[in-house]
Write a protein that binds this ligand. Structure first.
Ligand SMILES: Nc1ncnc2c1ncn2[C@@H]1O[C@H](COP(=O)(O)OP(=O)(O)OP(=O)(O)O)[C@@H](O)[C@H]1O
Ligand SMILES: Cc1ncc(COP(=O)(O)O)c(N)n1
Length: 264
């Protein structure tokens, strides 16, 4: 088979397999593309929290990027946990060097469990070096509040914040509503236009890795040639199915079920 599309995740490893690299590889595979990884950090993590983080050196991140790009060029890329300014710089340089396309940036800052996954001093580099390279960024509500500098408590404020972020950083932004009180409605702001992707809130406390899953499903769909709107709509469907499947593992906020279509 020669027409297989390829996708790369640049992210941190989650030892419990629910978020980060592991969620991304599962999502991309199940969404029909060949999945590759550049690991930025190792986390000792489970459904209850993060107990340790070891960053990969910027030099070794560059080596991983070279190894991937000089052999199997990715049709799309998802970027997750990037940790430090040096790591951001190494990633940005490689993406520029290889003229990377279809980049989905999940600006991961703090894990649902509360652990800081982005060092404070890396915020400026994330904004100045990675956002300009991204085709879309996918902040959740707390990340959207930081990027927009405003509080987001309802859909009107989501509309305002998405526009502020999109205009301030000159990017397409998918503001995710998973942390809002009512439904799980995500909002795209692109080229001055808004679009809602709406689903009802599923009563499932096991939401570890939802953001990672959504962003890698968007990347997989872009790799397959879908435009951004179709890619988001398909990714949202996939994520909703994986939540609805109701997997219940671990003692905390458990992972999603990625193989729900295969096992049903
Ligand atoms: N209970 C739920 N029911 C349906 N969809 C949900 C639910 N919780 C989150 N989502 C969806 O999951 C996706 C990720 O959203 P969320 O705002 O939780 O991102 P996140 O905080 O980055 O995720 P993560 O938990 O990985 O950090 C969005 O499409 C959101 O609408
Ligand atoms: C390595 C890694 N990357 C990203 C997340 C965010 O996911 P969540 O907010 O669901 O914990 C995480 N927990 N770990």
């Amino acid at each position: 088979m020669n027409d297989m599309k390829t996708c790369l995740t640049i992210a941190g490893s989650d030892s419990s397999g629910g978020a980060g690299i592991q969620a991304d590889l599962k999502t991309m595979t199940v969404n029909g593309v060949y999945a590759m990884s550049v690991i930025t950090a190792l986390t000792a993590q489970n459904t209850q929290g993060v107990t340790g983080i070891v960053d990969v050196t910027p030099e070794f991140i560059r080596d991983q990027m070279d190894a991937v790009f000089t052999d199997i060029y990715p049709d799309a890329i998802k970027i997750g946990m990037v940790s430090s300014p040096e790591i951001v710089e190494a990633i940005a340089r490689s993406l520029e060097k290889y003229d990377a396309k279809n980049i989905v940036l999940d600006p991961v800052m703090v894990a649902t469990s509360g652990a800081k996954l982005l060092k404070e001093e890396a915020m400026d580099s994330l904004i100045n070096r990675l956002i300009p390279l991204a085709d879309v960024i996918t902040p959740n509500i707390p990340e959207g509040e930081i990027l927009s500098g405003m509080e987001i408590k309802n859909e009107d404020e989501m509309l305002k914040a998405a526009e502020v972020i999109g205009e301030k950083y000159a990017c397409a932004v998918l503001l995710k509503g998973g942390h809002s009180i009512n439904d799980a409605n995500d909002l795209l702001y692109k080229d001055g236009k808004f679009k809602w992707y709406r689903t009802e809130r599923i009563n499932n406390p096991n939401t570890h890795g939802t953001g990672c899953t959504l962003s890698s499903a968007i990347a997989a769909n872009l790799a397959k040639g879908n435009d951004l709107d179709e890619a988001i709509a398909n990714a949202k469907d996939y994520l909703t199915g994986a939540l609805r499947a109701g997997l219940d593992l671990g003692k905390g906020s458990g992972p999603l079920m990625h193989n729900y279509k295969i096992l049903k």
